[in-house]
Each structure stands twice: as C-alpha cells, then as structure tokens.
Design a protein around this ligand. Sequence first.
Ligand SMILES: O=C(O)CCC(=O)C(=O)O
Ligand SMILES: [Fe+2]
Length: 264
Amino acid sequence: MASTAPTWTTEGEHGLTQDNLRLLLDNRIAVIRIPGFATLAECKSFTEAARTGNIKYYSVAKRIGYIGMAQFEYRWGRQKEDFFAAVPQADRDLVDVVQRCTFDPLQRLIDRLQAVWPNPVHVAREDLGSYYAGIIRFAGEGVDLHVDWAPVNSPHYAIGRIDGQLGWNFFAEELQSGGETTVHNAPWDPEVDEEEIPQSYGLSRELVEGAPKAVYKASAGDVVIFNTRNPHEIAGGTPQPGGSRISIGSFVGRMPDGELVLWS
Ligand SMILES: O=C(O)CCC(=O)C(=O)O
Ligand SMILES: [Fe+2]
C-alpha cells in the first residue's frame, strides 16, 4: 500500500492554537487558517514586489513560476553540498522582494507560530548550513497531485528526521475563480528501499480514491496550513486580468526534540 488509512477525526478549518498545531502535525485535523494575516494593502505591496523579482519556471506541463528555491530540486543525483551552496543566492532573491514590500511574510509567520508553540521555531539548519525557506509561487494553472514528506523525499538531510510536516502558504493574490487546493487524507506511505527516493509528483489518482478530502480556498490575505504528507493538488482557474495565484510559503517540520523547523 502506498498510503495508509484516514487519520482525520474532524474536517473543516480551524484557528491557530498550540493544540490545533499539534493536531495538524499528528494529521488529526485537515486545515488551519489564519484569516486576515495581511491587509489588502500589504497583499498589493507583496504582489507588486514579487512580480518584479527573479522569477524562474519549473519544467512541468503546468506553468509554475517561482522565486527562491526548493530543496526537493536536489533530491536526485545532486550532492547535498550543491544544495547548501545554492541557498545564499535564493536568499538574496527573496530579500530583494521583501525589501520592496511593506512587510516580511516569512518573519510574521514565524512570529505567529512562535507565539503559540512552546519550543523554538526557526529556519532549518544542519552542519553544512542553513536551508532556504519562503518560496514564492505563481500557480494560476494549478499544481498536480503530489506529496511533500521529507522522511521519504529527503532521507539524507536533517529534515528527514521530522515526525510531522506541514505546509503554510500566504496568499497575496487570488484567482477570479478556481485555484482551490484539495487535500486528500490518504497519508503517503510508499514501499521503498532505503536508498531509493520515489516519484512524489504527478501521483496516481488511485492513491486517493475514496479518501476523505478537504478543499480550501486560496483567499488573498489569509494563511492556510495543512499536513503535506496528505496527497494534495491545486486546481487551475481564471486569473484576474493580468493576474495569477501568488503565494509565499514553506514547510514546517517537527524535529524529535519538538522544535519546529522551516524550509522550502
Ligand atoms: O498553494 C497551495 O495551496 C499549496 C501549495 C503546496 O503544494 C504546498 O504548500 O505544499
Ligand atoms: Fe505541496
């Protein structure tokens, strides 16, 4: 079996509290939303800054623009050293955007998490250096079914030791219609040899058939957090004229000592 039995005890969206964060890390609840994380003016400031940033594109069928980097890009045939060597440039690309923006979404999110979590919350790091956190995405065409689960995706990194993985996204610009995210409660549990890193993007629909699901709206101004071990996908939609679905986010993992670490 590539996935395990459903784990949610309740569906729907919940507020950000220590209990709910723990329940989300344990995959007991579906979604945490922070409504009004940023004002309309802050959203506008962020989208304007992001649009003029160093935007790159993933080579997948659906066009996804991004600023920053993803550790996931280094999962196959790349040295760990290469990943950590690429972090400073990605950091500079993010700083360039944030400096032209009226607020820092990543720092605000860390502060919000730290306000409810008893242990330290910080960007992930290990001997070789600091990870990158805060990928900006332009994903108006949607994103295919995938999972993000470091113990399987990144077993040779410190983040491979987490026991729960969340993804948070702040939405700065929403589509006119569409763009919902569907989270399927079919926690990923692929059978793989220790050294093998399986495909985790463009997953088969069989994996989520019959599983409970939660659909959330990517509303501008809000942060939404969910457990990324659940297969999830983003619907395409109709942008506002000249617009997109613009977000910034990262993963949040719980280390064995209870600290929360962030990376993208
Ligand atoms: O933008 C979203 O709603 C979810 C993006 C995603 O796949 C993730 O944060 O892991
Ligand atoms: Fe994801």
